[in-house]
Design a protein around this ligand. Structure first.
Ligand code: NDP
Length: 237
């Protein structure tokens, strides 16, 4: 896992699922970790109590609140932009307000948080965005809104990699396939269909995604930037 002692880390959306696993990994590796949450204060308090990380309530859909929270975190070494929502269904009938909110959280917040983190980040810092394999491929109907958001963050990652590269800051997008969380439970109704398309026929564990994030955050990954790193069990290869 490596030694992250003395490193200042912020994880957006750290109260549950993949984000909570990332908080646990960095805290175990000695980092000073802050994480944001919005709708799950009890889960956030439990993760904070377990790990010693600091929980900050900040709704990624609220631009001013989000930017203020990132600015208040101080100069960071590592920013992980994980907070995201899934809105799934027929685009002909999907609630437009829900789609707008998805774009606020999955796209606009990624841009503004990435910029604000980079503004005050130490040289040789790391920005890691949690995208999705749906940024590249769409296996299941009803994924248009989600897929557009995860394709958009690829552009944010490549752009910020150029903008901050002269300072040694790397920016990469991690693209999971199915991961067993509240968003996409391994026992959910869509799981058999997903597994049928995978080479490794199971959901990933959140810890497996966190391990990839830790590698990208490490000194060993200093020359990896502007990339998408897919961790999807071979769905759609
Ligand atoms: P979960 O729904 O299990 O957890 C989502 C996390 O994001 C929670 O901590 C939640 O906090 C936080 N969050 C959501 N909305 C906001 C908001 N408005 N402001 C602040 N925090 C917010 O999802 P996952 O862990 O599965 O997903 C994490 C990321 O991984 C997302 O970007 C998702 O798109 C991506 N992903 C997930 C896959 C999967 O199969 N699970 C596959 C591919 C990508 P709170 O509840 O406190 O609001």
């Amino acid at each position: 896992m490596g030694d992250f002692s003395g490193k200042s880390v912020m994880v957006l959306g750290g109260s549950r699922g993949i984000g909570a696993a990332i908080v646990r990994h960095f805290a175990s590796a000695g980092a000073k970790v802050q994480f944001s949450y919005s709708g799950s204060p009890d889960a956030a308090a439990a993760v904070a109590a377990e790990t010693g990380a600091t929980a900050v309530q900040a709704d990624s859909a609220n631009r001013d609140e989000l930017i203020a929270a990132v600015a208040a975190a101080g100069p960071l070494d590592i920013m992980v932009i994980n907070a995201g929502v899934l809105v799934h269904g027929d685009p002909l009938t999907l609630d437009p307000d829900a789609v707008d909110r998805l774009i606020d959280i999955n796209v606009r917040a990624v841009y503004f948080a990435g910029v604000e983190a980079g503004r005050r980040m130490h040289d040789d810092g790391r920005i890691i965005i949690i995208g999705s394999v749906n940024g590249d491929r769409v296996q299941i109907p009803g994924s248009t809104a989600y897929a557009l958001s995860k394709s958009a963050v690829q552009g944010i990652g490549r752009g910020l990699a150029r903008d901050f590269g002269a300072r040694g800051i790397t920016v990469n997008v991690v693209q999971p396939g199915p991961v067993d969380t509240d968003m996409n439970p391994a026992g959910g109704p869509m799981a058999p269909l997903m597994h049928s398309m995978m080479a490794i026929k199971r959901h990933a564990h959140a810890e497996e995604v966190a391990a990839l994030v830790m590698f990208l955050a490490s000194p060993a990954a200093a020359m990896i930037t502007g990339t998408t790193q897919t961790i999807d069990g071979g769905i759609g290869i």
